[in-house]
Write a protein that binds this ligand. Sequence first.
Ligand SMILES: [Zn+2]
Length: 477
Amino acid sequence: MPHLRRVAAALVLAGAAVTTACAVNPATGSRELSLVSEGQEIQMGRESDPQIVAQMGLYPDSAVQRYVRDIGLRMAARSERPDLPWTFRVLDDPTVNAFALPGGFIYITRGILTHLTNEAELAGVLGHEIGHVTARHSANQMSRAQLAQIGLVAGMVFSETVRDYAGVASQSLGLLFLKFGRDDESQADELGIRYMTRLGYDPRELAGVMRMLSRTSELASGGGRVPEWLSTHPDPANRSESILAQVAAGDYASATTVERDGFLRRIDDMPFGPDPREGFVDGGAFHHPGLAFRLDTQGWQVSNQKTAVQFISSDGGAAVILTIGDGSPESALQEFGGQDGVSVGSGTRVDVNGSPGVRAPFEAQTQDGTLAGEVVFVDYGGNTYRLLGLSSSQGWPSVASTARAIQQSFRRETDPDVLSAMPDRLEVVSVGRSLSFDAFRSRYPSSVDPVIVALINQIDETATVERGLWKRVVGSN
Ligand SMILES: [Zn+2]
């Protein structure tokens, strides 16, 4: 959360009226029930795009953005829906992920880029996501979700207080990460192959992406992280086989472009893994080197997003939500109390470890009952931080002292090691003659486990590292 600016996010689904129409699926040619028009698809994408960008952040390298966009646009231009407002963005997110919104908005993370080994794989991922859009999977999923979620949306319109409430923010974003069924996935793979091969990319490389995802998930089951892409894109192992079967059955002899070296040079020096400058938990505290503050966690779970840091009680029933607002603490409190359904008690001036602030109790009426809590606004480092502690009104008394301890622990970060923390980086090295994997690792040491080095190079630990370009990960401390 480098900016940590409050998102004035438009609600994703509010405003899009539900209408029913039977339409021909542009990519597949079949007639199907569609609850959303193309105009509504585009509107959904346009309204959600700023929210995605604010929550996840754009990867701050225009050359990489342009590189991905160019490949995406060239494939989209030759798809069945060339006239959508196609938009391709690289998100500054370490997770292995890619997804699409209706209307032609496609996102891939720097995390997945660091796990790919060539341009054909990148084209395969983008082509697959383009396929979800051209076959209207997201729009159809969205319209089903839309029907199911109307109640929730009505409840969420009320205010940012409720929207921020422990997990609701991610729930609303979660609507965008809809699970696709097996059929949709195979169809997107088929379309991905269609689009990547039209540009001459070797379609077998898409199978390589699936193998990488499946290895990543095996590693995750040993204690690591399941790549986000898997939660929305099931069965990568089976899909790798069916992709190869499809390729064998088709005529793709002229699609031979892989472009390994060019791709690797593009991702050389890319951050690898989380960026500690955007905040991390260590030793019972949440540290934010970028903004030079820290807070005690009091044992609560920390969810660190670009726009908010949430401290969530173990039963999930209470939270302290840190965001940055505008104006003085007093005017911010006034604005907070001015929201519909929110009533604020009288404010008290407080000193938060040397920073001036104001604290006030509040209640908020929501569809799910009354929320209660205390809000603290602190003036620190030229920003006004909002620390919103809240729970159900029945639950608040039992968590109030812990929430207050978290709020009151907000203070300047002074540890030089924390302040100078930097992310690990990918480094592309040129291997002059073939080596065993172990010899490669001792010659070009990495700051991550051998299994990760093998994964991101998409080789086995028993393989020979041939002459050419390879990846390693270097720490900066
Ligand atoms: Zn998919």
